[in-house]
Design a protein around this ligand. Structure first.
Ligand SMILES: Cc1cc2nc3c(=O)[nH]c(=O)nc-3n(C[C@H](O)[C@H](O)[C@H](O)COP(=O)(O)OP(=O)(O)OC[C@H]3O[C@@H](n4cnc5c(N)ncnc54)[C@H](O)[C@@H]3O)c2cc1C
Length: 390
């Protein structure tokens, strides 16, 4: 089976890897001229970790990850207000938990695809169902026919727009924006701590990567800006929104021009179905839970694993495979999405009382039983099937 995959992020290469494993022919397309490795670090555990284990990639990911031991909240002078130790969460997961950059995961997955055909700077701009396939029109004017096409092109998926219509129908805006950027020679070193400063409506944090590069993450409420910031204005918007924030924020902002800045709306995508005919969606394109869910990479990998397995198992009946894929994961993903509003209050409380309550809760969670209980709540209720026997 020949499958065209639009997007080489997390879900795209995972799907390609598994399809190749089962003897099929995936072809990857990416709009960007090269692999996009910017972005923040993520906690990598649970289902995503289990999929990576089955792909034999854990050693490589561990080598590019770190063991974050603590989340620390500081005040505007850098003094600790509260902290959360990760030991018990890690123990709950039998140490199958690493902190690793999204870019490192993306690169590891893509490199694992080996000689799978991948075209950068070329993407699918049109799809047309035909009697025995689906034809893609590519951005350079070529056309190519596939048995199935999968949109793994992220939150603002072009394939979703082409097949299902405008994003507004499916987007649930979480009322926040996110930005991430990096500095290679940041003077403050804390390789084992994720350090955050948060005041009403604004969150700023830093984390040091395994190679010494520091990554910054800002999340702020949409009420602080007028409408959606245009792409070219993002740095100015961040400077304006964070102008009066203390701690190391002025130093962090000074690194905005060092390299690319990841900036986006914090949104979810909720759709009643993820496919039409021979075209399906995957990862954020299908069911983004938003970065507040803290497991977008793992969920995209899980969806890719299940979709590859179902496409293989359905022996050419693409529509059946897409239906089974949605039947298996739709309810689980909807449940993950519903849990996110609580997390939003953790990152971006709107009032001083909210910030105080969040810090209090963080301090309370250092009580041994409570952390274990909280960690137990994070166990996902989805079993990965074994598709190797078809
Ligand atoms: C550069 C980047 C940085 C990110 N940083 C963070 C972060 O710091 N924190 C966080 O929580 N989440 C971040 N995310 C989102 C998070 O990584 C996703 O939740 C997760 O990776 C979901 O995987 P995905 O494969 O569905 O989509 P993504 O990982 O978003 O990958 C989608 C891919 O499709 C490509 N693409 C987009 N449009 C088209 C098109 N029209 N044609 C072809 N290709 C297209 C994109 O360039 C990207 O490579 C980031 C995403 C990106 C792309």
């Amino acid at each position: 089976m020949k499958v065209g995959i639009n997007g080489i992020g997390i879900g795209g290469p995972t799907l390609a890897w598994w399809l190749r494993q089962y003897g099929h022919e995936p072809v990857l397309f990416e709009r960007a001229p090269q692999l996009r490795t910017e972005g923040f670090v993520v906690d990598f555990w649970g289902l995503g970790y289990a999929v990576a284990e089955r792909m034999g990639l854990i050693d490589q990911l561990r080598a590019k990850g770190s063991e974050m031991k603590q989340l620390t909240f500081v005040d505007s002078d850098g003094h600790e207000l509260a902290h959360l130790d990760t030991d018990q969460i890690r123990a709950q997961w039998d140490d199958r938990f690493i902190t690793v950059s999204r870019g490192a995961i993306c690169q590891t997955l893509f490199e694992a695809c080996g000689d799978v055909r991948a075209e950068f700077g070329t993407h699918i701009v049109g799809v047309e169902e035909q009697p025995d396939g689906v034809q893609a029109t590519l951005s350079d004017g070529r056309t190519e026919t596939f048995d199935a096409i999968v949109g793994a092109d992220g939150l603002h998926s072009a394939i979703r727009e082409m097949v299902f219509g405008p994003e507004e129908q499916f987007e649930v805006f979480m009322d926040c924006y996110v930005a991430a950027w990096r500095a290679s020679a940041y003077p403050h070193h804390d390789p084992e701590r994720y350090v955050a400063h948060s005041i009403p409506n604004r969150w700023a944090a830093r984390i040091e990567r395994y190679d010494g590069v520091t990554i910054f993450l800002c999340i702020f409420r949409a009420s602080l800006v007028d409408g959606d910031p245009a792409h070219g204005e993002v740095r100015d918007v961040l400077r304006r929104v964070y102008a009066d924030v203390g701690w190391e924020v002025p130093e962090m902002l000074a690194h905005l021009d060092d390299g690319p800045v990841y900036f986006d709306r914090v949104s979810q995508i909720r759709m009643p179905t993820w496919s039409k005919g021979r075209v399906g969606l995957l990862g954020d394109a299908a069911a983004c839970a938003s970065l507040l869910a803290g497991e977008g990479t793992g969920l995209a990998m899980t969806e890719a694993y299940v979709l590859a397995g179902e496409l293989h198992r359905a022996q050419g009946d693409v529509e059946l495979a897409f239906r089974r894929y949605h039947d298996k994961l739709g309810g689980f993903l909807a449940h993950e999405q519903r849990g996110v509003s609580v997390v939003r209050s953790f990152f971006a409380p709107t009032t001083k009382a909210g910030v105080w309550a969040r810090n209090l809760l963080t301090r309370a969670s250092t009580l041994p039983g409570l952390t274990r209980l909280a960690a137990a709540q994070t166990v996902p209720s989805f079993e990965l099937e074994d598709y190797t026997s078809g």
